[in-house]
Design a protein around this ligand. Structure first.
Ligand code: ADP
Ligand code: 5GP
Length: 184
């Protein structure tokens, strides 16, 4: 299992999207009880469950972890991970810092990678450039990013996302996804 974590805007999605171009990599699709947003596809973006379905599966121990976020339940299923690992594939989990902490505390084995911004001014520029958040949301995410940055020492590796190709190659090396001559 390869866990890609870090503050909002550090480049988790960008890195995961590129990693998924490799057919040896399987993406962990979370389950949730929240309603699908426009454009979201069941089974691709999330597995959308009713609260009853979610609770039942939780009672059967089907989740590695789950948590309530903003009144909805979110969780990582065990089955797809077991299938991927049995097939010798890399199971890719993109998760926020709090979620990664929880996985670590539960003792879920994996390679835990913290994606760090080169510096906080660059992080601000990237959040602004992404164009998905209002200015006050960006400020909140930046404040949180400072706290989350302190958590990097708990991870197996810290990868600074300076130049995307370089950072991506570093992550691939950690996950054993580079041809032997490139890891030397
Ligand atoms: P996260 O998933 O961690 O919230 P994103 O992958 O959405 O972060 O990245 C935030 C923004 O920064 C996006 O607009 C993305 O295109 C941009 N970005 C990511 N990595 C780099 C990089 N190495 N250099 C420049 N821009 C980047
Ligand atoms: P959204 O509803 O915007 O897609 O996600 C809301 C929050 O749910 C995010 O902060 C995200 O990190 C969290 N989340 C998504 N999937 C999971 C999961 O599988 N487990 C946990 N614990 N949180 C998740």
């Amino acid at each position: 299992m390869l866990v890609i974590s870090g503050p909002s805007g550090c480049g988790k999605s960008t890195i995961c999207r590129s990693l998924l171009e490799d057919e040896r990599v399987v993406f962990s699709v979370s389950a949730t009880t929240r309603a699908p947003r426009e454009g979201e596809v069941d089974g691709r973006d999330y597995l959308f469950l009713t609260p009853e379905e979610f609770r039942e599966r939780a009672e059967h121990g089907e989740f590695i972890e789950y948590a309530e976020v903003h009144g909805n339940l979110y969780g990582t299923l065990r089955g797809p991970m077991d299938d991927a690992l049995a097939a010798g594939r890399v199971y890719l989990v993109e998760i926020d810092v709090q979620g990664a902490n929880q996985l670590q505390r539960l003792g879920v084995p994996g390679i835990y990678v913290f994606i760090a911004p080169p510096d906080f001014e660059t992080l601000r520029k990237r959040l602004v450039g992404r164009g998905t958040d209002a200015p006050e949301v960006i400020e909140r995410r930046l404040l949180k990013a400072h706290d989350e940055y302190e958590e990097r020492v708990k991870y197996d590796h810290v990868v600074v996302n300076d130049v995307i190709e370089r950072a991506l190659n570093e992550v691939k090396g950690l996950a054993g996804l580079l041809p032997a001559e490139e890891t030397r």
